[in-house]
Design a protein around this ligand. Structure first.
Ligand SMILES: *Cc1c(COP(=O)(O)O)cnc(C)c1O
Length: 376
């Protein structure tokens, strides 16, 4: 059989809202001498103890522990909650999908900021729900009052991403508290903190602290081992929150998706946390150097609190990304909006700054990506 041409429709009936989604295509793979700065991965190799723990988990003929009990217990002890208040998933994105399915369906609405994490619209649509996108403010931050105002009696979930991927800013603790005070208590609020460990702003919301106060049982916090802990390839993330909400997520999950190797690696990473967090400190320092350099070159870079920076290149984003790529830097463009660059290897920094400095010169006069104070 030959492949049908790309434009041919699927030979079976697909749900229309699914058929309308752009098909997933993996981002560019970096060549041997290129730096891959497109997926917010951790540039450090796994710690030796983490590799050893994975290699020791050799019972590949056995199914894993369905709820990753040891990892749940370990995280529960760390955050001072009950083990049933922790739920492990094959990446926190899979927990997001479970929560969407658990709370929303056709006719329901899911509110989130835009631009934010590219998985949000698809996950809401797959659940059958209607995505409601609330624009970021002029500083690329969540506009929480506008998000609260977008809540209707059809709203089932609101996703808040702090720091926001791909733009970088956090939500402050004060703004989040004000937001929770006005959002109905029966609407799920998902606080996606995939980059929590990189946050250096003392005013940032801390999901575990919000949960500790106990005032808002409708809040579920998502975190992951993919970014600061450097285990993106193994797929393991977690949710902390109300046990009954997490039970609903467990009910919509595909059973046994978290492998024993992923659980062992996560446990070993937690055991090596101080070494890992030392690397996180190196990355945040590197991030701050990159932000300072980009601003000096004339870019209007929003506050960067994750392991990535945002160039608001607007209509020039695809061209800008191509300019980086020509020089061996794989970055992530969002057409019409901007370019996200992950903080990677030390040797990538000088290259990023050099190319960014030449790209900013190509932006037309008055472009919003240029710092207001910048003059040629
Ligand atoms: C990377 C990321 C995640 C987590 O991804 P997993 O690898 O599935 O754990 C979740 N949310 C945001 C905003 C992210 O950028």
């Amino acid at each position: 059989m030959t492949d049908a041409p790309d434009i041919a429709p699927a030979p079976v009936r697909i749900r229309p809202e699914i058929a309308a989604l752009p098909p997933y295509r993996q981002g560019k793979q970096a060549g041997a001498d290129a730096f891959k700065l497109s997926s917010n991965e951790n540039p450090f190799d796994p710690l030796p103890g983490v590799v050893d723990a994975v290699q020791a988990a050799t019972a590949l003929n056995r199914y894993p522990d369905a709820t990753a009990t040891r990892l749940r217990q370990r995280l529960a002890a760390r955050f001072g909650v009950q083990p049933d208040g922790v739920h492990i998933g094959a990446g926190s994105v899979s927990i997001l999908a479970q929560l969407m399915l658990a709370v929303s369906g056709p006719g329901d609405e899911v509110v989130y900021a835009w631009r934010s994490f590219e998985a949000y619209p698809g996950l809401a649509l797959i659940a059958g729900a209607t995505p409601v996108e609330v624009p970021l403010d002029a500083d690329a931050r969540h506009d929480l009052p506008a998000m609260a105002a977008a809540v209707t009696d059809r709203t089932r979930a609101i996703i808040v991403c702090s720091p926001n991927n791909p733009t970088g800013p956090i939500v402050t603790r004060a703004a989040f508290e004000e937001f929770l005070a006005v959002v109905p208590g029966d609407v799920l609020v998902i606080l996606d903190e995939a980059y929590a460990e990189f946050v250096t702003d003392p005013d940032a919301v801390d999901g575990m602290r919000v949960l500790g106060l106990g005032d808002h049982p409708n809040v579920v916090v998502l975190r992951t081992f993919s970014k600061a802990f450097g285990l993106a390839g193994l797929r393991v993330g977690y949710a902390v929150g109300n046990r009954r909400i997490l039970d609903a997520a467990r009910s919509t999950s595909i059973p046994l998706s978290v492998t024993a190797q992923a659980e062992e690696a996560a446990l070993a990473s937690l055991a090596a946390e101080s070494e890992l967090l030392e690397r996180v400190r190196l990355l945040t320092a590197r991030r701050d150097v990159v932000v300072a350099g980009l601003r000096e070159a004339g870019w209007r870079v929003p506050d960067a609190q994750g392991n990535f920076v945002w160039l608001p290149a607007g209509a020039e984003s695809m061209d800008a990304a191509a300019a980086f790529e020509e020089e061996g830097l794989i970055v992530r463009p969002f057409a019409g909006d901007g370019v996200r660059i992950s903080i990677g290897e030390e040797d990538s920094v000088e290259k990023v700054l050099r190319i960014a400095a030449s790209v900013v010169q190509t932006l037309p006069e008055g472009h919003s990506g240029r710092a207001l104070a910048w003059t040629p």
